[in-house]
Ligand binder design. Structure first.
Ligand code: NAD
Length: 356
């Protein structure tokens, strides 16, 4: 098969980890006889520094024409003080909105060989394997009105948490479809004891559940879900939730398995290209030093193969190679606990070597 992939390396460690993901994609394409072409485009702070908006028009057009988009991460301390709409992250929100990527899939899995990096006891962590489905284009990050005002010298700020039923229904369907192919359980997470939007969320998810009699649905409040993720992470199969709760819980999930650097994500819409990115940020503290763990980016490339290019066998090959690298003792600094470690590129080479 032939496919065109737009790569948005972004900022900080973004270029380092996407380079390894591209390396692995090229290797798997060679092994399996596919032709993948890659086009890099400016995005985030990299675009702002060149005098462009965080999502330049040409970048968006290139993404629209692509079969899939592979992203590193955006942002950095020098931009942190700016208003939200002038920060690199504004580009990311705009890209998700423009490509209508409403469902963010974040698999959280305990990897063999790296249990020591987790703060959980090994017996609590063992067997952890769940999928967070996060709503991505609604809720607090997009709702209107939003912004700041000053009245009589008093500063105030507002964000709006709004969901309409179709936004909830379509992401719930993604969760139930995923559960069908997994262990058949959906946990819907909300704050229905306090929020009107959560009461609607609970109602609509329960309606969607009627179309999936083979899937068990339960509802959990977000505070309780956070606690259960730490106490009994193996109890979850598919967890579906709104945008901000999903943002927070997925980082908690990353913490459970030991490093933000391990976890991938896929952002899907109804039509058009989908977006693949590791869950971590730009890690300015380690950027440019070859210390970043590229596993999340490499596993994002595997999700790209599975969801965008419909190449499940190739995806499984990449996942197995990354897991074998970790299980075999290959470590980047974040997982090495002060012991000897591989550079970002050397870890990527190791995964490529294990692909065969
Ligand atoms: P971060 O994920 O960048 O880093 C948190 C910690 O995890 C740091 O100590 C970092 O060194 C470590 N870490 C992250 N990824 C790693 C990897 N692959 N290998 C090894 N260690 C890794 O989060 P932060 O520090 O809160 O944010 C830094 C910047 O990234 C901010 O500007 C933030 O806005 C941005 N950000 C971007 C995204 C995105 O592009 N999707 C997501 C989160 C944060």
């Amino acid at each position: 098969m032939r496919a065109r992939i737009v790569v948005l390396p972004g900022d900080g460690i973004g270029p380092e980890v996407t380079a390894e993901a591209v390396k692995v994609l090229c290797a798997v394409a060679t092994v399996r006889g596919h032709v993948l072409s890659f086009e890099e485009a400016p995005f985030g702070a990299a675009a702002l520094s060149a005098g462009l908006p965080p999502l330049p028009d040409a970048t968006l057009e290139a993404c629209r024409r692509a079969d899939a988009v592979l992203l590193g991460a955006v942002g950095g301390p020098e931009w942190d003080g700016l208003p939200p709409d002038r920060r690199p992250e504004a580009g990311l929100l705009a890209l998700r909105r423009e490509l209508r990527l409403y469902a963010n899939l974040r698999p959280i899995r305990a990897f063999g060989g790296v249990a020591a990096a987790s703060p959980l006891r090994p017996e609590t962590l063992e067997g952890t394997d769940f999928l967070i489905v996060r709503e991505l284009t609604g809720g607090l990050y997009f709702g209107e009105p939003r912004g700041r005002t000053t009245t009589d010298g008093q500063r105030a700020a507002v964000d709006t948490l709004v969901y309409c039923e179709e936004e909830i229904r379509r992401v719930a369907r993604v969760a139930f479809e995923a559960a069908r192919l997994r262990r058949g359980r959906v946990t819907s997470v909300d704050k229905a004891n306090v929020l009107h939007s959560s009461q609607l969320w609970r109602e609509v998810v329960s309606e969607v559940a009627k179309d999936y009699p083979e899937v068990t649905l339960d509802h959990m409040l977000v505070d309780s879900a956070a606690m259960q993720m730490v106490l009994r992470p193996t109890a979850f199969d598919v967890l579906v939730t709104e945008n901000m709760f999903g943002d927070i819980l997925s980082d908690l999930g990353a913490g459970l398995v030991g490093s933000l650097g391990l976890l991938p994500s896929a952002s899907l819409g109804a039509t058009g290209p989908s977006l693949y990115e590791p869950v971590h940020g730009t890690a300015p503290d380690i950027a440019g030093r070859g210390l970043a763990n590229p596993t999340g980016a490499i596993l994002s490339a595997a999700l790209l193969l599975r969801h965008a290019l419909r190449l499940p066998e190739e995806a499984a090959l990449v996942e197995a190679a990354a897991e074998r690298a970790l299980a075999g003792g290959s470590r980047t600094a974040d997982l090495a606990g002060g012991g000897s470690s591989l550079s970002t590129a050397a870890f990527g080479d190791r995964v490529v070597a294990l692909l065969a």
